[in-house]
Write a protein that binds this ligand. Structure first.
Ligand code: ADP
Ligand code: MG
Ligand code: MG
Ligand code: MG
Length: 391
């Protein structure tokens, strides 16, 4: 469909598009609503109310809405997103939405409607526990990371994939907003005046800033595997039985620990919004995510790794240990940037009592600094105590 030209879709032209593509018949009566809550994309839900058949049309915009049209962003991220979803589907189709159609020129991905599930951040905030969330995320990550890495594919093929997923605009967002700006007095930062003392303490903490700089270098240079790149709880649909990962527009070849770190960080941010006696299941989720990741990655390694690596004794353990330590560091950056950076989380911002909210955010800043300073010694089961010591 190269004859199409890019234009932001409307509810009317989105319906025209899905009919033209024969995803619905010409005579079907359809309703279409824009349901996107992001700042970078349009998301349309198109439904036939008679048959209940529905679809999602996601389209990238050529700029970030958060700062008006002054922050241009490459439309190529739509291709990155649909390509990543299709690669993930080769290994773990149960954990991603089906892609029905994509077009690079229109910057469109048409996919399965997951509205019967809930965005897990919203569910966690409303008290849901999602008993299988960590099992599923651990399996998802072990598969996508192992099977796109040099451990499983030939070097030449891997280098082609690295090229296919070069994603400079979206990586630049992460480089700035996760690894740099929150650690300096930068104008993208956003925090309550009541946190200024703690924020200035962070800006003066040279040891913490050094760790953030080292992690930024890993993010810039470690082309380990095709990572999701934005795996917070707002990128995961769930119910008690099902988990679906969406929104891999930040995907690129990056460090093995990054997605794990972002996911863990967002569970920790949710824990900080709950009273101590209600947090337990979140630490169980963190431990289980790591346990499932480690055992699944090991199983896949034994089954499918290419020789060069699998023959060296101790090498798998080295990879796993480094992945966890990096994940802890990336989690530290994520906790900090979600507290004082440009993009916040509803888990903390939604605490309506001002004193309680400031307390939770002070604890988040302390927690983030501790994670950054103790990457080499914190095990999954240490995180509960670490959070509780920030009181
Ligand atoms: P963005 O990249 O702009 O954050 P997302 O892919 O995260 O876009 O989608 C934004 C919102 O649109 C989601 O939070 C969800 O409410 C809705 N959405 C996205 N994909 C789907 C889908 N496959 N099924 C149902 N709703 C979806
Ligand atoms: Mg930059
Ligand atoms: Mg999103
Ligand atoms: Mg997105």
């Amino acid at each position: 469909s190269n004859e199409l030209v890019y234009n932001p879709l409307t509810e009317i032209t989105a319906i025209k598009l899905v009919k033209k593509l024969s995803l619905f018949d010409e005579n079907e009566v359809l309703t279409c609503r824009e349901i996107g809550d992001g700042n970078l994309n349009l998301v349309f839900q198109i439904v036939n109310d008679q048959t209940n058949k529905s679809l999602i049309v996601k389209q990238a915009l050529p700029y970030a809405k958060v700062v008006g049209e002054s922050w241009p962003l490459s439309l190529n991220r739509a291709k990155i997103e649909s390509d990543a979803l299709q690669i993930f589907a080769k290994y773990v189709p149960q954990y991603v939405p089906k892609v029905f159609y994509s077009d690079d020129t229109l910057a469109v991905t048409i996919m399965e409607d997951l509205s019967h599930l809930q965005i897990s951040r919203a569910g966690l905030i409303s008290g849901k526990q999602y008993p299988l969330l960590s099992q599923h995320v651990g399996e998802f990550l072990a598969h996508i990371l192992f099977y796109t890495s040099d451990f499983a594919i030939e070097p030449e093929k891997k280098k082609q994939l690295v090229k296919q997923f070069v994603n400079p605009d979206l990586c630049n967002i992460t480089e700035d907003l996760v690894f740099t700006d929150p650690f300096f007095d930068h104008d993208t930062n956003d925090f309550e005046e009541g946190l200024r003392k703690e924020v200035e303490a962070l800006w003066n903490d040279q040891a913490v800033k050094l760790e953030a700089a080292k992690l930024k270098k890993k993010f810039l240079t470690n082309s380990d595997a095709l990572i999701h790149g934005d795996l917070h709880t707002g990128s995961i649909f769930a119910d008690d039985a099902t988990t679906k990962v969406i929104d891999p527009e930040f995907a690129f070849y990056g460090p093995l620990g990054f997605d794990l770190g972002q996911f863990v960080a967002n569970l920790l941010l949710n824990a900080l919004s709950l009273s101590e006696e209600k947090q337990g299941f979140l630490y169980d989720h963190i431990e289980k995510t790591w346990h499932v990741f480690e055992t699944t990655f090991t199983k896949l390694w034994k089954k499918d790794s290419i020789e060069a690596f699998s023959k060296t004794e101790g090498y798998l353990q080295h990879v796993l240990t480094q992945t966890w330590q990096d994940a802890i560091g990336f989690a530290g950056c994520e906790v900090i940037r979600r507290t004082i950076g440009l993009a916040h989380v509803a888990d903390l911002d939604g605490i309506s009592n001002e004193q309680a909210r400031l307390t939770a955010k002070r604890r988040a800043l302390l927690l983030g600094r501790q994670l950054l300073l103790h990457q080499e010694t914190l095990s999954p089961k240490d995180l509960k105590e670490l959070v509780q010591k920030t009181v």
